[in-house]
Design a binder for this molecule. Structure first.
Ligand SMILES: *Cc1c(COP(=O)(O)O)cnc(C)c1O
Length: 380
């Protein structure tokens, strides 16, 4: 098999005989300086200039009007769903092929995930699957769109841009608009990804990014809610900061909020990382091009960005011919100290989501058996 050549190729690209990570952060910009700044100023916690600066930087990058820094992407998704009106007992449409946080954020709101299929090419939520589902089960009423089989309100649709490949947003937004269902983009993986020249996360009413340690930029842990609706942004800030009302000395809180704000210490790190986003993207694109050229001559297919999109190539992926090939590839590469990982198990395989509604999942199950992530770090 060509795996030997592949292993050699990856080793050459990362120029090491040691273990090669799937995605390791690098801190060669102002990270040290800014983090030390927070210590020197004593503003390490929930207020501080880096929190504000990180929000400003993300608002600019993502082309959204408002950004709210939060403690992690999962918390951001949870609040985003609440902001668009998801309530206990509702249903939220999403994909089964995703990281568990997407489904968990729905569950934290007391809502039920509806797992629909992905498109083969984007690996993200399929507009036709959403349309099919709504045509069969959807019913428009005064108070929203309902699932006529379960009687529950369908109060949001949350697509996820898998590995930084934007979903088919034109078609998805069209379907959701027709059924008057708000879109929240799980853009945790897609900072730096564009669809028809517009940044991911800025299409839905809300988008959410993650700055976890393995993402394209990191704050150690953290996330960002973005929206172009000023009132949603304000309410998002309010809810994630214990719903505290400004007062010169009294503790006044006007509803049940959350302590979901990002500490200044973490914000300092991500500000320094965001300064380097362009160079990170360029480095990844270079590596993706080299992988693409190499895999042309292999039995393994490199997954390339799609027409009309610009992917951030956060985690790069290959498609193996079948499950056996996939397993053989995972074993050989990991045995050779090259970290590779299969795409996630579909959400309905997990014990807590086994009984959720799902459709046929033809593409999701095909991809589940074949997609593997390969080393994708920014090279210094
Ligand atoms: C990373 C990730 C999240 C969650 O982000 P955290 O900051 O780790 O909480 C959510 N959804 C997807 C698809 C992710 O990859």
């Amino acid at each position: 098999m060509g795996f030997k050549e592949t292993i050699q190729f990856i080793r050459d690209k990362f120029d090491t005989k040691d273990f090669i990570n799937l995605h390791a952060p690098i801190f060669k910009g102002n990270e040290r300086k800014y983090v030390l700044d927070t210590l020197d100023s004593t503003f390490v916690s929930s207020v501080g200039s880096y929190v504000n600066l990180s929000e400003k930087m993300i608002a600019e990058i993502s082309q959204a009007k408002r950004a709210v820094a939060v403690v992690n992407g999962t918390a951001g998704l949870q609040i985003a769903l609440q902001l668009v009106g998801v309530q206990r007992g509702d249903e939220v449409i999403t994909q089964a092929l995703t990281f568990v946080a997407t489904a968990n954020a729905i569950h934290y709101n007391g809502a039920f995930p509806v797992f629909l299929d992905v498109d083969y090419d984007t690996m993200g939520l399929s507009p036709s699957a959403v349309s099919d589902f709504l045509e069969e089960f959807g019913e428009r009423r005064d108070s929203g769109t309902f699932n006529k089989k379960t009687g529950r309100r369908i109060s949001a649709c949350m697509p996820m841009h898998t590995f930084g490949f934007p979903v088919n947003l034109d078609d998805l937004l069209k379907v959701c608009k027709k059924w008057n269902i708000p879109v929240v983009e799980d853009a945790a993986e897609s900072l730096g990804s564009f669809y028809k020249g517009k940044h991911s996360g800025s299409f839905g009413r809300i988008g959410v990014f993650s700055f976890n340690g393995n993402k394209i930029v990191t704050s150690g842990g953290g996330g960002m809610i973005v929206t172009s609706e000023e009132d949603l942004g304000n309410l998002g800030k309010h809810l994630t900061t214990t719903a505290k009302v400004t007062h010169s000395y009294e503790y006044v809180h006007d509803q049940i909020g959350y302590n979901f704000r990002m500490p200044n210490l973490n914000a300092a790190l991500v500000c320094a990382q965001l300064e380097q986003l362009e160079s990170f993207l360029a480095s990844k694109r270079q590596l993706a091009n080299e992988y693409a050229d190499f895999f042309e001559s292999q039995t393994i297919t490199f997954r390339k960005e799609l027409e009309n999109t610009q992917a951030n190539y956060w985690l790069m992926s290959v498609e193996l011919e079948n499950l056996q090939e996939r397993n053989a590839f995972l074993k050989v590469t990991n045995d050779s100290k090259i970290m590779t990982r299969p795409i996630w198990q579909l959400m309905y395989r997990l014990p807590m989501y086994q009984r959720c509604f799902r459709d046929g999942q033809r593409n999701a199950e095909f991809l589940e058996e074949r997609i593997v992530n390969i080393p994708s770090s920014v090279r210094s």
